[in-house]
Write a new protein. Structure first.
Ligand code: SF4
Lengths: 73, 357
């Protein structure tokens, strides 16, 4: 039910956006994420963008994973 | 992770339950770390009487009932929505709740009802659809809102905080609480709510929580962070899913929730009534409340006899401990909702973890 998948915004239009996922384009609603722009990656849940993906923060997770690897090796 | 103290962590998100089962992660964990599924599947926690109400509504003359796919096969006291459909009721499955507006346009002669379940991840979407329906002044559309909220059910599951035992108001769970050492926090619920509404877990129960993503890596990282907190004697809310979750959550979504809904008491399957754990449309949107539009009196329904969904949802039994599991109850002929929904712990356990003799 809470499944959500990352997609990229290719067009933005009022409360809608066109996103692309594996070459497939889909129109989605942007009510929960009105400030997102073309080029942003967003998480898609039941036809709505619910969260913006943040690359810098993703790096932090990777760093932590590395720490885990170092600790357990 | 193996050097940490013995720990029992609960996941409260059905998508986690499936990710854990599918990846076979439990077999890789040290024997000291165990994972228990909680009330994380929205379809599974829906009370029998509410399912019966939805089915009765679908059978009303002139009604078109639209909902998410998982709801259709859940057995009610007399049949399911799928059965009602086979007998002529107009039941439609939607991928996005927004499609209900188009469906309403295309069916001007029907009373369209959207049956809505889900936690805080899904409820803001419905809030946006209700708002849009009101703005465009739809007349033949209403919503049967069965949304549930996670923080209150987690509190109810845990029972009275140790420091308050005997002094506070009595909580609905009288049948025992699972013994837990922390929570794998639901990534997408926290993407909406942030972590603030869950701080009580550390403050009142001294239980750590780590917000986890849905890849096996994400889940392992979160488990490692939980063990690290336990080793260091901490009980805080941490985020292991920073590429998606911000501490403050999604404020726009929170505003939408606040605008459209108010918290009300809700009944959870196998758990009982929990104050402020469900949502109802606010006065401004009451014209869109299906309960106001149709006067449906449905008898309170006992939970399905023999089905241990209640204990499974509270983390007191694992699916294979139910006597019906894999025998009378399989995904092909499910007895309880935990076997119907793809996110139910019984279905996930049957599909991915069953030891085939
Ligand atoms: S195995 Fe079937 S009957 Fe048993 S708890 Fe799960 S859903 Fe209910």
């Amino acid at each position: 039910m809470c499944l959500a998948i990352p997609t990229k915004i290719v067009e933005r239009d009022g409360s809608d956006a066109l996103v692309e996922m594996n070459g497939v384009r889909q129109r989605i609603r942007m009510d929960l994420l009105p400030a997102a722009r073309v080029g942003d990656y967003v998480l898609l849940h039941a036809g709505f963008a619910i969260a913006l993906l943040n690359e810098e923060e993703a790096q932090e997770t990777l760093d932590l994973l590395r720490e885990v690897e170092v600790l357990s090796s | 992770m193996g050097e940490g103290p013995p720990s029992r962590y609960m996941e409260v998100c059905g998508t986690h339950t499936v990710a854990i089962a599918r990846s076979g992660l439990k077999k890789l964990l040290p024997p000291t770390v165990s994972l228990i599924s909680g009330p994380g599947c929205p379809v599974c926690v829906t009370d029998q009487q509410d399912i019966d109400t939805a089915i009765a509504l679908a059978r009303e003359k002139g009604v078109l009932l639209a909902t998410f796919g998982d709801m259709v096969r859940v057995p009610g006291t007399n049949g399911s929505l799928a059965q009602a459909k086979a007998e002529g009721a107009d039941v439609r499955i939607l991928y996005s709740p927004f499609e209900v507006l188009r469906l309403t346009d295309e069916n001007p002669g029907s009373e369209v009802v959207f049956l809505s379940v889900g936690f805080e991840t899904t409820a803001p979407l419905i809030a946006a659809v209700v708002k849009e329906a009101a703005r465009l002044e739809y007349r033949n559309l209403s919503f049967l809102i069965l949304h549930k909220l996670l923080p209150p059910v987690m509190e109810a599951l845990l029972g009275e905080p140790p420091a308050l035992a005997g002094s506070g108001p009595s909580l609905p769970v009288t049948q025992g609480s699972p013994i837990l050492d922390g929570f794998l926090m639901p990534g997408h619920v926290c993407a909406i709510l942030g972590v603030e509404p869950f701080r009580f877990l550390g403050e009142c129960y001294h239980l750590p929580g780590v917000v986890a993503g849905f890849d096996p890596d994400d889940i392992l990282l979160a488990l490692w962070m939980l063990q690290r907190q336990r080793c260091q004697g901490r009980a805080e809310m941490e985020i292991a899913y920073r590429r998606v979750v911000r501490a403050e959550g999604n404020r726009t979504a929170q505003r939408l929730l606040e605008e459209a809904f108010q918290p009300v008491e809700a009944r959870w399957r196998g758990i009982g009534n929990i104050p402020c754990s469900g949502l109802a449309l606010r006065q401004a949107y009451s014209a869109y409340d299906a309960r106001g539009r149709f006067s449906l009196q449905v008898e309170p329904a006992p939970d399905t006899p023999g089905c241990a969904c209640g204990e499974v949802l509270r983390g007191l039994l694992s699916p294979p401990e139910c006597p019906l599991f894999g025998r009378a109850c399989t995904p092909q002929s499910p007895v309880g909702p935990c076997m119907v929904s793809s996110e139910g712990s019984c279905a996930a356990s049957y599909r991915y973890e069953r030891i085939i003799p």
